[in-house]
Ligand binder design. Structure first.
Ligand code: BEZ
Length: 211
């Protein structure tokens, strides 16, 4: 069965551009963004991996490690990284898993044969420090991902974990948050001293607690 939100993600050991990686050990106490791409030396992927490298400080301040994957070899990854660094004016500072035997791709359901023959599609997995799967998104090969959206989701997940608030449609950092339904309004008023607006009994808003 496909991986579902809340599952402990499968562990694996696989080669990468930075040498062999035992995944759960590598995750440690961090959040992780694991993302697959169809192939090395392709244009959209080149822009994506450069963009992720340029967001290094954004990932770091959220305690997030990033790791990419395709079914090409570690040697191919290392050669392509030179091109990414040159063309995207960055330094790729995270490993790319070399999944030549499709071990990880199969475990995580990254190959969609009716979409792309035997290559990984653009999957994204956000994994928390407990190794639980918190988000999956799948994009077609022809659409480069919006990594600002990935950062936005991480912010939302971390707010929920730390403050028991949810985030409304199109929320961005600093915007008002939603009080989660499990907290009664009176309790919310003491829990969120910045104020709680009760628009409906089920729709309560509060300023972002950590701002
Ligand atoms: C690309 O990364 O440019 C790409 C890869 C596979 C199919 C289409 C585009």
């Amino acid at each position: 069965m496909a991986l579902q939100l809340g599952d402990i993600v499968p562990d694996f050991t696989q080669d990468s551009s930075a040498g062999p990686i035992s995944f759960h050990q590598w995750v440690g106490d961090s959040w992780v963004v694991l993302f697959s791409h169809p192939a090395d030396y392709t244009p959209v992927c080149t822009t994506e991996l450069g963009t992720v490298a340029s967001l290094k400080s954004e990932f770091e301040r959220r305690n997030v490690k990033v790791i990419a994957l395709s079914v090409d070899s570690a040697e191919s990854h290392r050669g392509w990284i030179n091109d990414i660094n040159e063309t995207q004016n960055t330094t790729v500072n995270y490993p790319i898993i070399a999944d030549g035997d499709r071990k990880v791709s199969d475990l995580y359901g990254m190959i969609h044969p009716n979409s792309l023959n035997n290559l990984t599609v653009r999957s994204v997995f956000i994994i928390d420090p407990n190794k639980k799967l918190r988000l999956t998104i799948t994009y077609p090969a022809s659409t480069g991902r919006n990594f600002n959206e990935i950062l936005r989701v991480i912010d939302s997940l971390q707010l929920t974990d730390n403050y028991q608030v949810a985030t409304p449609a199109n929320w961005t950092d600093g915007g008002d948050c939603v009080v989660v339904p499990s907290i009664p309004t009176e309790e919310a008023r003491s829990k969120f001293p910045k104020g709680v607006e009760e628009i409906k009994p089920y729709l309560r808003m509060t300023p972002q607690p950590n701002k």
